[in-house]
Design a protein around this ligand. Structure first.
Ligand code: GLN
Length: 191
């Protein structure tokens, strides 16, 4: 079995832990850089990306997660976690981990639409997938080497670049474990 960490500075942590366990992985909570040692992959959950970034900087997690990524480990970012992984953020000067060749727009579906659910076609799956969106970002642009996995109303809401996976929606808030299972398979391949 692979061992996958969930970044736990803020946000939806326990739901990801449960989803990963249901998908056959061992799990660990990551609050400090040393807790990345021995992990095969990590999930960056939803929350508030500016708060998460501030806490990650405080605990020295920005650089250690970058190194962890460079070592070849897969990372799955959901919602705010997606924002953390983007190379650039629309209208904001300072991106965070800059791991993926994507440009994201925060709170992209408008203030009046705080949250919604939508049936999505996800490229790896034969059956539709219910996406839960909460003050969600979407992806404006992707580089050629990024594989688009899902769109909603012509906006990209999930994609993959080699060992990096992101979704604008919250897969941990349903009991459909297909996306976590997909990530666990990715982690198994890259180990
Ligand atoms: N709106 C949040 C942000 O920009 C993300 C929302 C979420 O993770 N549910 O950080």
């Amino acid at each position: 079995t692979v061992k996958i960490g969930v970044l736990a500075v803020q946000g939806a942590v326990s739901e990801h832990v449960r989803a990963l366990q249901e998908s056959g992985a061992e799990t660990a909570i990551v609050k400090r850089p040393e807790e990345l040692v021995g992990l095969d992959g990590i999930v960056l959950p939803g929350g508030e990306s500016t708060t998460m970034r501030r806490l990650m900087e405080k605990y020295g997690l920005i650089d250690t997660i970058r190194v962890f990524a460079e070592q070849g480990h897969p990372i799955f970012g959901t919602c705010a976690g997606l924002i953390l992984m983007a190379k650039s953020i629309d209208g904001e000067p300072s991106p965070h981990l800059q791991l993926m060749d994507i440009d994201v727009k925060r709170n992209a579906f408008g203030k009046q639409v705080d949250s919604f659910e939508a049936s999505l076609e996800l490229k790896p799956f034969a059956e539709p997938y219910n996406g839960v969106f909460i003050r969600a970002p979407y992806i404006n642009r992707v580089a050629k080497n990024v594989d688009v996995l899902a769109t909603y109303e012509d906006h990209i809401v999930a994609c993959r670049q080699d060992r990096f996976l992101v979704s604008a929606f919250h897969p941990e808030l349903t009991t459909d474990w297909r996306l976590h299972r997909y990530f666990v398979e990715m982690v198994t391949e890259y180990r």
